[in-house]
Design a binder for this molecule. Structure first.
Ligand code: NDP
Length: 330
């Protein structure tokens, strides 16, 4: 049976304009980097995706290589879209990216026109889609002229295979150049996807200001530092967690004694605000108007719901912000 979406799905979600574009994104978007691969439980991922949609999460973020194995998150999404959400394509914003290693040989990664356009064709096939809403250059390529990489994004949009173009992991300086090239080509840069969370604040230096000045949206990834900024590791390392062995991207040494002290102090503060730590960590990012959406991951419906409840309390007093800065700087 195909999914009958909740009639209340747009009641509680906040939608924010992406830069100066016409596109609104949900304040919380769902990424399929982990927990949606061929090695993961299909029933559970379907449940998470459908619950997300029912709660107003209209944006799912992918990349060519998400899995494992690479590509399988896109294939799994195809099954859920075709079997459950077929009627709702026009209510969904689906993004994918190319930049990291995807196939053998010199055309399987980085930023050449050859790689980006071939990869987008592969992604569309895997997802069973005619177009994606956003196509990203996943990382800057030091050896390919930026004009070529941005030119490939522009071509994807002109071909109707992507509606908008985005960049990810570009520095502030690289972003300025990319935004200017895209503007000249006539395909404005819609959005930037940088890592940003309480433990990694590099975007605050220049990038957020650059994006705001140029009217480009911002969707931070790993807003929970892959789960560190939640209750997940307060009492040890659960076996079924990312750090417990589900992923090579969150190593045990990320949870040293010093970091654990900070997590506990932040958790105490979140409790005082009447929030979970995950909710406070997301609200802390979303309190800034130049942020369009936070791009979360989730391994269960409970985590997803916990995270969406962050929207109920996005305000921070000056004292609270100073207190958080103090915890983070110690
Ligand atoms: P998060 O920082 O949100 O981490 C998600 C993980 O945190 C979950 O898998 C879960 O871990 C844990 N978690 C989430 N919510 C809770 C909660 N309420 N309570 C306790 N634990 C919780 O984001 P990700 O690192 O997953 O990144 C999100 C998305 O960003 C990706 O799916 C991808 O789309 C994008 N991304 C983009 C990158 C880029 O280069 N452009 C790079 C990385 C990510 P567990 O699985 O252990 O339960």
């Amino acid at each position: 049976m195909t999914h009958l979406a909740s009639s209340k799905r747009y009641e509680d979600m906040i939608y924010r304009r992406c830069g100066k574009s016409g596109l609104l994104l949900p304040a919380v978007s769902l990424g399929l980097w982990h927990n949606f691969g061929g090695v993961d439980d299909y029933g559970r991922m379907k449940e998470i995706l459908l619950r997300a949609f029912d709660l107003g999460v209209t944006h799912f973020d992918l990349a060519n290589n998400y899995g494992p194995p690479p590509g399988s998150a896109e294939s799994n999404l195809k099954h859920v879209l075709q079997s459950e959400l077929n009627a709702y394509r026009d209510e969904l914003i689906i993004s994918t990216k190319a930049g990291y290693l995807m196939w053998d040989g010199p055309y399987g990664e980085w930023g050449s026109r050859k790689y980006l356009l071939a990869s987008l064709d592969q992604s569309l096939k895997r997802m069973g889609l005619d177009y994606v809403d956003i196509f990203y250059s996943h990382r800057p390529d030091p050896d390919t002229p930026l004009e070529e990489t941005m030119g490939a994004l522009h071509t994807a949009v002109q071909q109707g295979k992507a509606l908008y173009a985005g960049i990810s992991n570009y520095t502030a300086e690289q972003s300025i150049r990319a935004i200017e090239i895209l503007e000249k080509l006539g395909t404005p840069c819609l959005i930037h996807q940088p890592r940003y969370n309480m433990f990694d604040r590099w975007v605050e230096q220049d990038l957020l200001r650059v994006l705001k000045d140029r009217g480009v949206g911002c969707i931070p990834f790993s807003p929970l530092a892959q789960g560190l900024l939640s209750s997940r590791y307060l009492k040890g390392i659960p076996e079924d967690s990312r750090m417990g062995g589900k992923s090579i991207f969150l190593r045990k040494d990320a949870l040293d004694a010093h970091t654990l002290v900070k997590i506990k102090a932040l958790n105490d503060m979140a409790e005082q605000r009447g929030q979970s730590l995950a909710q406070m960590a997301l609200a802390w990012i979303l309190r800034q108007q130049e942020i369009t959406s936070v791009l979360i991951g989730a391994s269960s419906v409970a985590q997803l719901e916990d995270n969406l409840n962050s929207l109920k309390h996005l305000e921070f007093s000056r004292d609270e912000l100073a207190y958080i800065d103090n915890i983070l700087m110690n």
